[in-house]
Design a protein around this ligand. Structure first.
Ligand code: NAD
Ligand code: UD1
Length: 336
């Protein structure tokens, strides 16, 4: 198929580009480089052995996106583009509404104009809010606890309404748990701007000597070792979930919400230990108070993805850590 990947040079978009291209799809990447670098395109070319067509644009530029869809004969879109930092969304909600809500609305208008009705959307486990039970299945009530989460929830609802309006639409909302790791070449990976908000990139930078110590946000949760438990999923497994979702949508219409996780939770201290083993480096840490808004545990029920997509994650925690470390060693953070 001919596919447009918005946010295609970002962390998850770039890894998904590798998987989709290697599976034989023809890709066009679109990004405004607000949180990624042009050098990713060269790295993708090195991995794939050929360049990928690229459009530098903001998804809010409806005319340019429509033109890209029409010029390239696009049949389906994978929509990664958006802002994703929870704390920043609390401080700058309008920026999040503009990028995520307005951006998605613009994309959908462009898709409608170009008669493209197949969409895979990057949603998040954040739509489950405070877990009422575990593991989280797709029937769990949804809610938002911050502006970032609210954009994901509203977008899911917009997509649901859209699919009800016209049976031509085929939409999968993939609810990602905690993506980590990197392509095994180490050429692409997670490359956050500034101080990482998320656990894994912070741990990587402590092991690399860039930051002195990890702050562990609380060790008094109701979990086996008192630290927070999450469902970390290797980004290449996640990428393969998109391939499976596109295949699924070829035979389905309507709106589908599907968890992409492993079903297995690990604590912060288990992550630290696994990373020390993979990197051979010590990861110093201090226990500090809980981070506001954090929950004790969050992990997925993965049966729906197995049943509908015939997909499940296969890479374990050691590989997540080894691949993240390799990407760091190949100097990911200084990519320019
Ligand atoms: P990322 O920031 O690495 O990638 C997003 C890409 O979108 C970046 O390259 C950025 O430049 C681009 N972008 C942002 N706004 C844009 C706009 N208006 N127009 C064009 N391009 C724009 O983030 P990621 O981790 O790859 O996340 C991809 C998607 O997955 C996001 O929608 C995110 O909310 C969602 N998600 C991520 C996680 C995670 O932990 N990484 C978890 C759940 C959901
Ligand atoms: C966070 C977001 C979530 C988003 C996800 C992926 C919050 C409250 N939630 O999830 O909406 O979808 O990122 O972008 O921000 N931790 C530390 N020290 C650190 C960093 C994290 O101890 O420096 C702990 C956290 O308390 C948590 C675990 O590590 O227990 C994972 O944290 P993180 O990587 O930020 O992901 P989430 O909080 O699950």
């Amino acid at each position: 198929m001919k596919l447009l990947l918005t946010g295609g040079t970002g962390f998850i978009g770039s890894h998904t580009a590798v998987v989709l291209s290697q599976a034989g799809h023809e890709l066009v990447l679109l990004d405004n480089f607000s949180n990624s670098k042009q050098a990713v395109l060269g790295r993708l070319e090195t991995i794939l052995g050929h360049a990928l067509p690229f459009v530098q644009a903001d998804v809010r530029d409806t005319a340019k996106v429509t033109q890209a869809l029409q010029t390239h004969g696009i049949q389906a879109v994978v929509h990664f583009a958006g802002l994703k930092a929870v704390g920043e969304s609390v401080a700058q909600p309008l920026n999040y509404f503009a990028n995520n809500l307005q951006g998605t609305l613009s994309l959908l208008q462009a898709m409608q104009a170009a008669q493209v009705h197949q969409l895979v959307f990057s949603s998040s486990a954040t739509v489950y809010g405070e877990p009422q039970y575990l593991p989280l299945d797709e029937q769990h009530p949804t809610s938002a606890t911050n502006p970032y989460g609210r954009t994901k929830l509203h977008i899911e609802e917009m997509l649901h309404d859209l699919s009800a309006s016209n049976p031509a639409w085929r939409i999968a909302c993939l609810r990602y748990f905690n993506p980590v790791g990197a392509h095994d070449s180490g050429l692409i990976g997670e490359d956050p701007n500034g101080i990482p908000n998320n656990l894994m990139p912070f741990v990587v930078q402590v092991a690399a000597g860039i930051r002195p110590a990890l702050q562990v946000f609380g060790n008094d949760y109701d979990t086996p070792d008192g630290t927070g438990v999450r469902d970390y999923i290797h980004v290449m497994d996640l990428a393969q979930g998109h391939l499976a979702a596109l295949h699924f949508l070829n035979a389905q219409t309507g709106w589908h919400a599907i968890n992409l996780g492993t079903g297995q939770g690990y604590s912060v201290l288990e992550m630290v230990k696994a990373f020390e083993a993979a990197s051979g480096k010590p990861v110093a840490f201090n226990i500090v108070p809980r981070r506001p808004g954090d929950v004790a545990s969050c992990y997925a029920k993965v049966d729906k993805a197995q049943a509908l997509l015939n997909w499940q994650a296969s890479r374990g925690l050691p590989q997540m850590c080894e691949d993240a470390w390799r990407a760091q060693q190949r100097n990911m953070p200084s990519t320019t």
